[in-house]
Design a protein around this ligand. Structure first.
Ligand code: ZN
Length: 88
């Protein structure tokens, strides 16, 4: 095997590995069937909504809890600022 052939073989091997890596993250779009990557939230071909792997929409309970925490924190900060202004 010449040096040139070795170089080319190594390059092909790298390209193959890159392709494999990409294919692992490719899945068919449920709307148009085209291959899309699993982290996408929207199909680049048909614009359909996708659900990325490991992603789940926030449930209502969690949302409500976060809202409550934000509301309480906001109130506490507002009261603290009001007290600081009053006592200065
Ligand atoms: Zn699509």
């Amino acid at each position: 095997m010449t040096e040139e052939e070795q170089r080319r073989a190594a390059e092909e091997e790298r390209a193959r590995r890159r392709r494999e890596k990409l294919e692992k993250h490719a899945l068919p779009c449920p709307h148009c069937g085209k291959s899309v990557l699993d982290h996408m939230t929207r199909c680049p071909y048909c614009g359909g909504a996708l659900r990325p792997k490991g992603y789940s929409p926030m449930d209502e309970k969690k949302k409500q809890r976060i809202r409550t925490v934000c509301y309480v924190a906001g109130t506490v900060i507002a009261v603290a600022i009001a007290l600081i202004i009053l006592f200065l």
